[in-house]
Design a protein around this ligand. Sequence first.
Ligand SMILES: [Zn+2]
Length: 274
Amino acid sequence: MPLSTFQKLRYARHLVLKEIGEKGQEVLLSSKVLVIGAGGLASSAIAHLASAGVGTIGIADGDIVELSNLQRQFLHTFAALHTNKAISAGEFVRARDRDINVHLHPLFVDEHNICDLISGYDFVLDCVDRFETKFLINDACVLMKKPYSHAGAVRFQGQAMTYVPDKGPCLRCLLQTAPNGATCQSVGVLGAAVGVLGSVQALETVKFLLNIGRLLTGRVFYFDGLSFETKVVPFSGRDPDCAVCGEHPRIKDLSENAKEYHAACENVQGDTKQ
Ligand SMILES: [Zn+2]
């Protein structure tokens, strides 16, 4: 649908970018993006996606807003304490722009609900903390052929990559198993650092939707906010032995791999979102 006069003003700085323009803005407005996890990564990612005019934004999180979240999860306010994070984040988006369709999913993703959840979206953002859930999102996206952005951050550091079906390796090609230990809860995280990674995820989302630039597909972006040593490291393509996207995958059905996704599950109910 052609842009209205209001939209031409609202997105004027996009319209002068030759990579976006009116046609690109129309694509963004008709796009559907799902953000899983409404914590620190999502605060930055959702703020940029909503501001950019992504027309439909889904937000999935079963957690509630706790006082210790407010140090970095700026979508949430004191008034939102003890309310569901997806609902709280939805209020933020609606305050940005009433025209954005916000789909709220106040639940934790699991092996039973994730495939239905992601099926209605063009792109998915992994904004969760637990690596077991990151693998669940990865496996669901690989099996459903759904493109997605992975990111993670602890302390002052983080990383990001983008999976595109039939084009690039998945998270399991990079990491065979979940790394032990470090979570935001145990080692801390600075909001401004995790916000950089959430912003990278929003940037990758817009690039994918508009088919512009070069995605972090087959490459990992590493960021260190203390030293500002920032690098993009290629990794050697799809792993033929990958458990989910390899030649002979062992993961063909999420429910058969449920045990892995529920490992260390006691953290789910706590303050675990980045
Ligand atoms: Zn793989």
